[in-house]
Design a protein around this ligand. Sequence first.
Ligand code: NAD
Length: 339
Amino acid sequence: MTYLVTGGAGFIGGNFVHHMLREHPNDTIICLDALTYAGNLETLEPAAKNPNFRFVKGDITGRPAVDALFAETKPDVVVNFAAESHVDRSIDNPGIFLQTNVIGTQVLMDASRKYGIKRFHQVSTDEVYGDLPLDRPDLLFTETTPIHTSSPYSASKAAADLLAAAYFRTYKLPVTISRCSNNYGPYHFPEKLIPLMIANALNDKPLPVYGKGENVRDWLYVEDHCRAIDLILRNGTAGEVYNIGGHNEMRNIDIVKLILKELGKPETLITYVTDRAGHDLRYAINPGKVHRELGWLPETKFADGIKKTIRWYLDNRGWWENILSGEYQQYYEKMYGGR
Ligand SMILES: NC(=O)c1ccc[n+]([C@@H]2O[C@H](COP(=O)([O-])OP(=O)(O)OC[C@H]3O[C@@H](n4cnc5c(N)ncnc54)[C@H](O)[C@@H]3O)[C@@H](O)[C@H]2O)c1
């Protein structure tokens, strides 16, 4: 099987590439990634020498190049991770989110139709459901919870989901969609909560926490997400949506305090900053369907996953320090320049 994985130089896509090469050594993985600020080729370094892996620098919104790549490589399956993914950036500049997250998905699905792929998987988010009140722990998102978005990011992801569902219904494109809660783990770009707090704490810099830090997220170790997508690709039903989550709700402030404790740093590093506009209060996923139908359960408990993650950031200082210094953006030139 040949898989086209878009956005594989990013956080979850990168972990997925490593997962697939490890779990399915006879399959071929082609990664298409534009290497935006969020893409880091150093994330894919462990895969670079694998003969079953190929990296292609390219934009999913570029129709001619996407078409040419499909014609040349004839993928069986497309897994679309490529996206603008940072809510704060979507508040500053929504246009690029619509372009990549909506139009890019359309371009990939058009090529998928043209070349008769066996499965198009759209990697989506629990943020399409909006948020839940803090005082109703009984409420969880299911696959039938109405779409109710808050930020330009989540609106663009929801638009892509609806378009994917329309391509299934109208053109019979074999689409599956997964909506996952917040991921954490290795290769997470240090602008997101957990890696930002680890990096700042290690550098004895202030840890900026929005509002009072009371917003609640459901956290899932990234490898558990990768396993769920792998299962959906193999055993999931075309046309279906699968929620993926860890039943692991934590307040932001509790995560920040936990990281400080693990690193032996003082809580005086915490700095409360003005809350994000329209900040969602609580996300919580009911992953019952993917458990019942595909037998998926998360394997890594948060207490273990956060320790593993902190260990990874301690052992891979070069990876995130190159991001903070901007050095990582020279990596492509260094590895591929002149080829
Ligand atoms: N991070 C989470 O907690 C989370 C949770 C649920 C769903 N998701 C979804 O998972 C996917 C991956 O998220 P992530 O956190 O790994 O994101 P990320 O920002 O770390 O990575 C995105 C990748 O996409 C690439 N990219 C961006 N625009 C592109 C374009 N036009 N063409 C080709 N490549 C492009 C970037 O270079 C980068 O490598 C996204 O679709 C996101 O919506 C993320």
